[in-house]
Design a protein around this ligand. Structure first.
Ligand SMILES: NC(=O)c1ccc[n+]([C@@H]2O[C@H](COP(=O)([O-])OP(=O)(O)OC[C@H]3O[C@@H](n4cnc5c(N)ncnc54)[C@H](O)[C@@H]3O)[C@@H](O)[C@H]2O)c1
Ligand SMILES: O=C(O)[C@H](O)CO
Length: 321
């Protein structure tokens, strides 16, 4: 019998893929960093029983039309805004993602980004490397305190709750805004539900962890930044397009807010001459929220497990509904 054909849109470590080669015919795009060419992806989709896709692959109706025998798309990410899930479902194609296995790792990075922004880690490191450190000085690279401040989490889901848990350890006052109240987070984490406007007005650190949807697109705009305290900082570890980047730049330059920590951008990779990168109060990272070796391996294993379950007629572990 013909083996199912699996196409993976980046090169993944052979030791993770190897155990599946006995039962599946597996091909990978021959780069770990460069996204697959659209024309190749279309050709591969036409042959594939399953795809492992990345957040940089646009899986739209046009592409899905090609998937004559495609049964499952396993996205190597918890976010799935790169996939037209409704169109896939219409064609009976199952979409899976990688929730939970990346929650703690992404929360670590998010809280670390908050700390790096508040305490000016990157500026301070550059200060030494550029040979500018002449002496200890009373206000040299003085940043903002984190402990006992107010953190406002927009999107109190898995990662939001894990960030709130970290904030508790810093004796922070935790506010959150979500589509609906999360009474479990309120009792377990001492978090207080507030409106989006109240969260912006009261928080010292506003942290975006809501997915990119029609509702959240551009929710962090000029009005939102003007509502924040001028001493407050904005941290984004979900999706860049939740922010109007021109408005963020203007707000930082005008002093409407004090700083920003950004792991995600509207266009990735962000151009290295982007205005935001000229500001010293911006800490920018190349979308590495879940990038620990252990977690990326766990995400790969989960994709393969989901495919295995679907191809053997079972329910995948983490289907996007
Ligand atoms: N930077 C990274 O590398 C990285 C890593 C993992 C996840 N992410 C991003 O983080 C997001 C969250 O992941 P998760 O596992 O916590 O997802 P989740 O679904 O558990 O949590 C998202 C929360 O956002 C809430 N939400 C949705 N729309 C909202 C709105 N309009 N206003 C306020 N809240 C809203 C949801 O109700 C939910 O509670 C992902 O969708 C992804 O975009 C980024
Ligand atoms: O959505 C996700 O999972 C991230 O952006 C990458 O881990």
């Amino acid at each position: 019998m013909k083996k199912p054909y699996i196409f993976i849109t980046r090169t993944l470590p052979e030791e993770i893929i190897a155990p599946f080669r006995a039962n599946w015919d597996i091909q990978m795009w021959d780069s770990e960093e460069k996204p697959v060419d659209r024309t190749i992806l279309i050709q591969e989709t036409a042959k594939a029983d399953a795809l492992i896709t990345m957040l940089s692959d646009r899986i739209d109706e046009q592409l899905l039309e090609q998937g004559a025998q495609l049964k499952v798309i396993a996205n190597l990410a918890v976010g799935f805004d790169n996939i037209d899930v409704k169109a896939a479902q219409k064609k009976g194609i199952i979409v899976t993602n990688t929730p939970d296995v990346l929650t703690e790792t992404t929360a670590d990075l998010t809280f670390g980004l908050l700390m790096a922004t508040a305490r000016r880690f990157i500026e301070a490191s550059d200060h030494i490397r550029n040979g500018n450190w002449e002496n200890w000085a009373p206000l040299l690279l003085a940043g903002l305190d984190i402990h006992h401040k107010t953190i406002g989490i927009v999107g109190m889901g898995r990662i939001g709750r894990a960030v709130a848990h970290r904030a508790q350890g810093f004796h922070m006052n935790v506010l959150y805004h979500n589509r609906s109240r999360d009474t479990e987070a309120e009792s377990a984490l001492g978090a207080t539900y507030v409106s989006f406007e109240e969260l912006l007005q009261q928080s010292d650190f506003v942290v975006c962890l809501a997915p990119f949807t029609e509702e959240t697109a551009g929710m962090f705009n000029a009005k939102a930044f003007q509502t924040m305290k001028s001493s407050a900082m904005f941290i984004n570890a979900s999706r860049g397009a939740n922010v109007v980047e021109e408005d963020l730049y203007e707000a930082l330059v005008a002093g409407d807010i004090a700083g920003a920590g950004l792991d995600v951008f509207t266009k990735e990779p962000i151009a290295n001459d982007h205005p935001l990168l000229t500001l010293k109060q911006v800490v920018a990272l190349p979308h590495i929220g879940s990038a620990s070796v252990e977690t990326r391996q766990a995400m790969m294993h989960l994709c393969l497990e989901n495919i295995n379950l679907v191809l053997s007629g079972q329910q995948p572990k983490t289907e996007v509904k």
